[in-house]
Design a protein around this ligand. Structure first.
Ligand code: AR6
Length: 231
């Protein structure tokens, strides 16, 4: 059954809240009157070593293009640290392009703890995946598969075995997964971006003409898939 979510910091002893009253929210608690929201990490710019300046241009362009076609959804770019270079670059460029700041924002924190860590209601989150859609390898992929539990791994396998650069795959999050129960996330979209790291498969060897094209396709695929499930 759904429990009332009690806000922290209201004067009641925190231990009492944590132990007794702060029960798990359920998805219906998250969704009333919320605009469908996708939270996504910066694809390819860490382990895949894609140039951040170029990636930030691609992100802002893809967001502006999506907003020109769809008028209900919100998008949030997430990175772990408030000092994230990607978040700063994207904020500056989005503001220069007059991208609507209510509909597009940035957030510093863990993408697997948006609700419990930041009070954000994001029904869909994106993952920067690998071509085998396997857990592990570090980065946001490891974080999302750990938070999603075995149930997310099985649900992912049911959708596909592999993914190609520039594309994405929608996975409904099983209701037993902590990502669903704790964070209210109903879908994970796995995205495979272009790789510039010679130690990883399909390295583009600094070909940024191809790289930017593939990154742009990756974001369009992500945003279109998000629209197909949430709008
Ligand atoms: N929450 C939010 N953002 C995060 C988190 C998190 N928990 N963890 C990392 N980031 P990366 P890629 C940010 O390396 O470059 C994996 O091994 C991070 O700071 O996860 O696309 C896969 O299996 C960066 O801004 O993805 C692939 O093999 C962004 O997430 C490969 O890495 C993406 O960094 C994909 O490499």
């Amino acid at each position: 059954p759904c429990a009332m979510v009690i806000e922290k910091g209201n004067g009641v002893g925190q231990d009492e809240l944590d132990n007794d009253l702060l029960q798990k929210p359920c998805v219906s608690d998250f969704q009333w009157n919320d605009v469908p929201t996708l939270a996504f990490p910066s694809i390819s710019t860490s382990d895949f070593q894609f140039n951040m300046d170029k990636a930030s241009d691609v992100i802002v362009e893809a967001v502006a293009d999506f907003f020109s076609k769809v008028d209900k959804a919100k998008l949030i770019l997430v990175d772990l640290s408030p000092k994230s270079k990607m978040l700063s670059l994207v904020k500056v460029k989005a503001s220069k392009k007059n991208v609507n700041t209510y509909r597009f924002s940035t957030y510093a924190g863990d993408i697997t703890r948006l609700y419990t860590g930041g009070g954000l209601h994001c029904n869909v989150i994106a993952n920067a995946s690998n071509w085998r859609l396997k857990p592990g390898g570090g980065g946001v992929n490891t974080a999302i598969f750990s938070a999603g539990g075995k149930a997310l791994e099985i649900a992912t396998k049911e959708q596909a075995d592999t993914i190609s650069p520039g594309s994405s795959i929608i996975v409904p999050v099983p209701t037993i997964s902590p990502l669903y129960q704790r964070e209210g996330v109903t879908h994970v979209i796995h995205v495979l971006g272009p790789n510039m790291n010679p130690q990883r498969p399909n390295c583009l060897k600094d070909d940024y003409v191809k790289g930017c094209k593939v990154l742009s396709e990756a974001y369009s695929s992500l945003f279109n898939n998000f629209a197909s499930i949430a709008l």
